[in-house]
Design a protein around this ligand. Structure first.
Ligand code: DGL
Length: 274
């Protein structure tokens, strides 16, 4: 049996998402930790996860994380909200490296921001139905009112690159009407794709609503975790990025360029083991 060496400080950080949206988290991590090497796996063959059953999300995620372990990753970020909602305790039992999800950091930021008033959460159907955000926020602040609704048309808007103008604004107004009626003070973007819509979401919500981008929050938490566990890279050079996908890379490259604002090189198609 092959013995896998333990990860070291120089090992890469693994980032997993159901597809391309987790690149919003890559963006935030690169800004905060530019010298870290990253390996990203997007399960593009089976995306979206947001309309699938919990057991399916659990199985797909386990297969992807098992594959990422081949790269001797020193920490894992489950950038996908849907996967974070269903899989974190299991993953932490099965894989002995620090594993971060996006729900805890996003919830913490929202609670810190919202002394009064209601917190809004938007995400995929699976994430909202899991009640993961609602439960996490309730643990942090018992009396906090949370309003959570899915916004399934936001992902295709981002994937089409429709990021401004009357179509996204109309869709956003429709989905956000119940939140604005309730006078929410903060809105958690509980889906990897949504930070790309932040300018139009801000336009619709106005300045009274603080938009919480889980991507920024998870990057901060990752930095703390690496320092605490003595896993931060000692390198002073810019880190490398490797992108892995489970289907043909073209669509990933196209949407990825919209999300990252630059061309993506080094995108490889991989086959997941059973
Ligand atoms: N990555 C997913 C999430 O953050 C959105 C796309 C999907 O449904 O797979 O929930």
């Amino acid at each position: 049996m092959a013995i896998r060496r333990k990860p070291s400080k120089a090992s890469p950080i693994g980032i997993f998402d159901s597809g391309v949206g987790g690149l919003t988290v890559v963006n935030a991590i690169q800004r905060k930790l530019p010298n870290e090497n990253l390996v990203y796996l997007g399960d593009t063959a089976r995306t979206p996860y947001g309309n699938k059953a919990g057991e399916t999300v659990i199985r797909f995620t386990r297969e992807c994380v098992t594959h990422l372990m081949r790269y001797r990753i020193k920490a894992l970020v489950v950038a996908c909200n849907t996967a974070s909602a269903y899989t974190l305790p299991r993953l932490r039992r099965n894989f002995k490296i620090p594993i971060l999800g996006v729900i805890q950091p996003g919830s913490r930021a929202a609670v810190a921001q919202s002394k009064y008033g209601c917190i809004g959460v938007i995400g995929t159907r699976a994430t909202i139905n899991s009640h993961a955000y609602q439960k996490t926020i309730a643990k942090m602040k018992k009396a906090c009112q949370v309003l959570a609704y899915p916004c399934p048309l936001f992902v295709p808007l981002v994937e089409e690159g429709w990021l401004e103008g009357s179509i996204p604004i109309g869709v956003i107004k429709k989905y956000l009407a119940p939140f604005l009626e309730k006078n929410i003070r903060s809105l958690i973007l509980g889906c990897t794709h949504y930070p790309v819509l932040k300018p139009v979401l801000t336009q619709v919500c106005g300045s009274r609503v603080k938009i919480i981008d889980s991507a920024e929050e998870v990057a901060k938490e990752l930095e703390n975790t690496l320092w605490k566990k003595d896993l931060a890279t000692p390198s002073e050079k810019r880190g490398t990025q490797k992108y892995l996908v489970t289907d043909v890379p073209e669509q990933f490259k196209r949407v990825g360029a919209i999300i990252l604002g630059r061309k993506l090189n080094h995108v490889h198609r991989v086959t997941l083991e059973d």
